[in-house]
Design a protein around this ligand. Sequence first.
Ligand SMILES: Cc1cc2nc3c(=O)[nH]c(=O)nc-3n(C[C@H](O)[C@H](O)[C@H](O)COP(=O)(O)OP(=O)(O)OC[C@H]3O[C@@H](n4cnc5c(N)ncnc54)[C@H](O)[C@@H]3O)c2cc1C
Length: 308
Amino acid sequence: MANKEIIPILIVGAGPAGMTAAIYLARANAKFKIVDKYAPGGKMNITQHVDNYPGVDTIGGPDLAFKMFEQVRGLGVSIDYAEVTKIRKETDYFVVESDEGEMYAKAVIVATGTQERKLKIPGEARYTGKGVSYCAICDGNLYKNEAIMIIGAGNSAIDEAIFVSKIVKHVHIVHRNEHFRADEASVNELKAMPNVTFHLNTIPVEVLGDGKGVTGVVVKNIADGTDKTIEVKAVFPFVGSDAVTDFLDEFDVRDEKGFVLVDEEMMTSVPGLFSIGDVNKKVLRQIVTATNDGAIAALAANRFIKRK
Ligand SMILES: Cc1cc2nc3c(=O)[nH]c(=O)nc-3n(C[C@H](O)[C@H](O)[C@H](O)COP(=O)(O)OP(=O)(O)OC[C@H]3O[C@@H](n4cnc5c(N)ncnc54)[C@H](O)[C@@H]3O)c2cc1C
């Protein structure tokens, strides 16, 4: 190991969780490195508006991302580009493999978030951020006097539909069969809403738009094979999301769904391997909970390094 630089702490992911960890580590004069496979900001970069981050008036998601990035940069930290592909443990350090080569770290903070399962239909990618959104609680407010569509019928789909049906003019629920996976009480609450229409045995086929935003969705009834267009200004697919943790396969630190399990200091069962933000098993995935985790893990990782 004579020629290899071992970084004390490596943060993987520069969303709000990773950038907060960087701010706390920089302010503690700790030696660390932060890498991301894309531009810093994570999911904030695909959020139209954030209006629930304390102390900040309604702000575009990319603008909040840039503010955090500026704060990180102002502390003398640069964010490096690298996509981490595997993390493994040697006796007293981690080997972090990436498309930019190997890195070595005494402690690693995983902050790689989640990846929404996509519908994989025409128009979805083109109108993401222009009416296609994966967070109705966050973006439903933008469509107060409009009809919107929720795709899916699991707990998060139904909960977000209940929330958004109190805000928007009309909610179309598109669900591929007749049975709901969500809690019966929640489904009944949604069914009682006067402005909700269910399209069962139905799948989305194409998101339509005018170049600037969504105008409708073509759906297919799989029971009778007929197509129709439903006019909506926004589409919220909730067909699941997965934690981005493939690179952790070597470790037994995830629940059955792939979310990382941590203790109150954000450390996994592997000493020195920390995890923060949406990638963790938790009840609320928001910017404020991601930044919370980042602050805790940064100081805990710094303590861990000093103990070694
Ligand atoms: C459309 C939408 C709107 C939202 N609106 C709001 C809102 O209004 N208010 C709110 O509080 N929350 C909102 N959220 C939720 C919020 O954005 C997330 O909870 C938050 O971004 C999670 O932060 P994170 O740092 O854990 O993960 P992320 O923001 O997902 O960041 C993870 C980072 O890790 C990087 N990464 C992933 N894999 C690798 C790898 N292998 N190697 C290197 N880097 C990697 C990614 O590029 C990314 O930059 C919204 C989410 C969505 C999808």
